[in-house]
Each structure stands twice: as structure tokens, then as C-alpha cells.
Design a protein around this ligand. Structure first.
Ligand code: NZQ
Ligand code: ZN
Length: 395
């Protein structure tokens, strides 16, 4: 077993009604004036925003609001938020929404503690040294941003989507009420499930043959989401299904399924995520759907480097009964693809709605390799030419 660090400082409260604690927790974590950040309107329509504002008022926490965060959140909105917070003397960032809102909040929090332009941090020209405190009320189970060390922002000027990973931005608290996800539309629910599973897979397929108990935890998490996704789609108000998916989302990206694993510069593989971020940066697709669209191409491309691992996934997660490792591995990939289709997810780029030219494949691979300066992946290390080939296979 490899040495590892497991750091999950987020205070989590889970269950019906926990959003009422927002004010009390902002105050507990030192906030006197909060920015309440939200998206395109779902939190207004549901009445959640009013309830959160009332809880801040009740706790004596002053606040200003900034809505309008879009999926694949933009750096322009982040800059607007930084300016507003400086002007208003905000000292705490409260996200009320999905991963995009939380990530935008984290970016504002980094920007407030940084002298230069915040995009420099996302371009990795500088490493963040500090970050204002962030908390969240989650409305969509998907990204795990509520407990992760990650923030991903898109720059509409150059079509690039980049992430910063650092413990500095981990949410001080996360309020997780599964009922708040009852109104998430089917496509976003399914894309969220694909994303949750992917966060565990990115760690599970990192190269080691066996890492117990982490492997069994990872397999259990994926099995739970595969079982519960159809239930949540059939009945959006199935509390147990929504709750299982929500908690699996947090556990899939808080580091738990990466404990004791290796990687190539970072724990886990992350190739599918890197390949997808270029897709959503250039074409503004839904992140989880983009991951689903790339998965078969990636898995068949790298499977030969780790047939035993893919065979274990096939047997322990997808229920494949087959003695030969390579046959089992291929059957597992086919069964996972079937699952993605069954919940309405695309399994190639055409199904995602993209008809890509050869030049666009070149550009995606060029961007994904940071202009030919980096490799990605760890179960099999991928260079720019490999990236292009995976995009081509996914076409
Ligand atoms: O904007 P509103 O009106 O709120 O609508 C949103 C949005 O249109 C809607 N929605 C959210 N909660 C809802 C709801 N609609 C009805 N009822 C509710 N309760 O859903 C749409 C999508 O929201 P968004 O926040 O974009 O989705 P998600 O949570 O999947 O976040 C995706 C973003 O997170 C990044 C992705 O790349 C993408 O930019 N990721 C962040 C990660 C992290 N920080 O750790 C890790 C991930 O790998 C990922 O990269
Ligand atoms: Zn993801």
C-alpha cells in the first residue's frame, strides 16, 4: 500500500432541512458579510434562495447577492464577483447551486486573496497562496465540488477550461439536502451520475493491481450509483435514490477513493477529465455527458495496459462472469456503455451532438496537451498523438 494523505476538512450536514443552517454556519466560520452566489434562476424558482437569505438575516450575517453563473462557469463572472466583494467588504463566499456555482465561488475566493488577475492562477502562471472561506448549499449531485480541492473555470475569450487544485479552497461547510435535487432535470441527473462514477473511476483505474480497502469502497460507490440512477430518473422525488446519489457524489471526489493509490503527478488517472475539459471548453457541452461520450474510446485504448484491472471492474462492478481477463474486460466496457445509454447519456461525440473535423481533433489534442508540453493519464500515459487518437475513436 502506498503512503497517502487524506484531508477532508469540510463540515458536512446531510438531510432534510439542513439549508436552514446556512446563516449559523457562515457565522461559525467567521463570516460577517457573505456573497450569496447562484446560477440562472433555479434557486429563485424553488424558493431556496429566500430561505437561505432568511437564515443569514436570522444569524445577523450581512449579505450581497450575485446570480447568473452559467454551466461551465466563466471567468468574466468571477471577475465581476471579485470586484463586487472588494467594493462591499465581503469576507465569506456562500454558493447556493451546483458545481458551477461552487467553482465560481472558489475562484472569487482565490481572486480576492490574489493581487493579479485571477485567470493567471487557472493558467498555472502562479500558485494560489491564500483563499477566502467558502461554504455551500448544494442543489445538484454531480461534481463533488462541495468537498473537493478543485475549481474549474472557462475562459470565453480563448475557449479554454482550466482547473486549480489546492486544499485552500475546500468548502468550510457543505449543506446537503437531497430534496433540493428533486427538481434537477433528467439529463442533468444522468450527467451528474456519469460524473460521480467517473470521479471514482479516475482513481480506480490509476495503475495499481490491488489497493484494499480502497478498491472495495470504490466498487461499492459505483454500484450504488448504477443502482440508484434509474430510480431517480423514474421517480425524481425518490428520496433514498437522490440521497444515495448525493452522498456518493461527495465521497467520490473528496479523496476517499484515491487513498493509497498512485498516479502520474497527481493521485489517479484523470485522462477522461482532461480530455473532457477541452470538449466543454471549446463546445460548452455538459461535463458529465462529455465524460460519458469519451469513456468507451478511452477505455478500449488503454485497456491493454491493465487488463486485470478492467477485468476486476467487469466482475465486481458490472457483474460479468467470465474467466478470461481480456474477454471479461471487454464485456465490462460494453456493459458500462449499455448502462450509460440506459440513462440517456451519449457514448460517443456524435451522440453528444458534435460532428468534429480533423482540424478540430488536432486542436483538441493540442490544447489538451497544453500545446504539446504535457502528458496525461497514469494507467497508460498519453501523449498528444494518443489524445488525438482517443478523440478520433470517440468521433
Ligand atoms: O443555473 P441554474 O438555474 O441553477 O440551473 C442549473 C444549471 O442549468 C441546473 N440546476 C442546478 N441545480 C438544480 C438545477 N435545476 C433544477 N433544480 C436544481 N436543484 O443544472 C444546470 C447545471 O448546473 P451546473 O452547476 O453547471 O452542473 P454541475 O454541478 O454538474 O457542475 C458542472 C461544472 O463543474 C465542473 C464541471 O467541469 C462543470 O464546469 N467540475 C467541477 C469539479 C470540482 N470543482 O471538483 C469536478 C468535476 O470533475 C467538474 O470538472
Ligand atoms: Zn467530473
Amino acid at each position: 500500500m502506498n503512503n497517502f494523505k487524506y484531508y477532508t476538512p469540510t463540515h458536512v450536514e446531510f438531510g432534510r432541512g439542513v439549508e436552514e443552517k446556512a446563516g449559523e454556519l457562515v457565522k461559525k466560520f467567521g463570516g460577517k458579510k457573505a456573497l450569496v452566489h447562484f446560477g440562472g434562476g433555479s434557486v429563485k424558482r424553488s424558493g431556496l434562495l429566500d430561505r437561505v437569505l432568511a437564515s443569514l438575516d436570522a444569524a445577523g450575517v450581512a449579505h450581497v447577492e450575485l446570480g447568473g453563473v452559467v454551466p461551465n462557469p466563466r471567468v468574466s463572472k468571477v471577475r465581476e464577483g471579485i470586484e463586487l466583494c472588494r467594493r462591499e467588504g465581503v469576507d465569506f463566499l456562500l454558493a447556493v447551486g451546483g458545481g458551477s456555482v461552487i467553482d465560481s465561488c472558489k475562484a472569487i475566493a482565490y481572486g480576492l486573496a490574489y493581487d493579479g488577475d485571477v485567470w493567471e492562477l487557472y493558467e498555472h502562471k502562479a500558485a494560489p497562496q491564500a483563499c477566502y472561506p467558502v461554504g455551500c448549499v448544494l442543489t445538484l449531485a454531480a461534481t463533488g465540488s462541495e468537498m473537493s480541492d478543485s475549481s474549474v473555470i472557462s475562459n470565453e475569450e480563448n475557449g479554454k477550461k482550466r482547473g486549480v487544485n489546492s486544499d485552500l479552497c475546500r468548502c468550510r461547510f457543505a449543506l446537503l439536502n437531497p430534496e433540493l435535487t428533486f427538481t434537477v432535470p433528467p439529463y442533468q441527473t444522468a450527467a451528474g451520475c456519469a460524473d460521480i462514477i467517473s470521479h471514482t473511476m479516475e482513481r480506480y483505474f490509476s495503475g495499481e493491481e490491488v489497493t484494499e480497502p480502497t478498491d472495495s469502497i470504490a466498487e461499492g460507490l459505483i454500484r450504488s450509483v448504477i443502482e440508484m440512477a434509474p430510480r431517480a430518473l423514474k421517480n425524481p422525488e425518490d428520496y433514498e435514490a437522490r440521497a444515495a446519489i448525493m452522498w456518493a457524489g461527495s465521497l467520490s471526489h473528496n479523496g476517499l477513493t484515491g487513498c493509497a493509490r498512485g498516479g502520474h503527478g497527481r493521485v489517479g488517472d484523470w485522462a477522461c477529465h482532461q480530455l473532457e475539459h477541452e470538449l466543454s471548453g471549446m463546445f460548452d457541452v455538459t461535463h458529465g455527458a462529455g465524460l460519458a461520450a469519451i469513456w468507451e474510446a478511452w477505455s478500449t485504448y488503454v485497456m491493454g495496459s491493465a487488463p486485470k484491472r478492467f477485468a476486476r471492474f467487469a466482475r465486481n462492478v458490472m457483474g460479468v462472469v467470465e474467466a478470461d481477463d481480456e474477454k471479461a474486460a471487454l464485456a465490462g466496457i460494453a456493459k458500462y456503455k449499455e448502462f450509460l445509454h440506459s440513462i440517456g447519456m451519449p457514448t460517443n461525440l456524435r451522440e453528444l451532438g458534435l460532428e468534429l473535423t480533423d482540424e478540430q481533433l488536432d486542436k483538441l489534442a493540442y490544447n489538451c496537451s497544453f500545446e504539446g508540453t504535457r502528458d496525461i493519464g497514469s494507467i497508460r500515459v498519453l501523449q498528444q498523438a494518443d489524445m488525438r487518437e482517443i478523440y478520433r475513436l470517440a468521433r
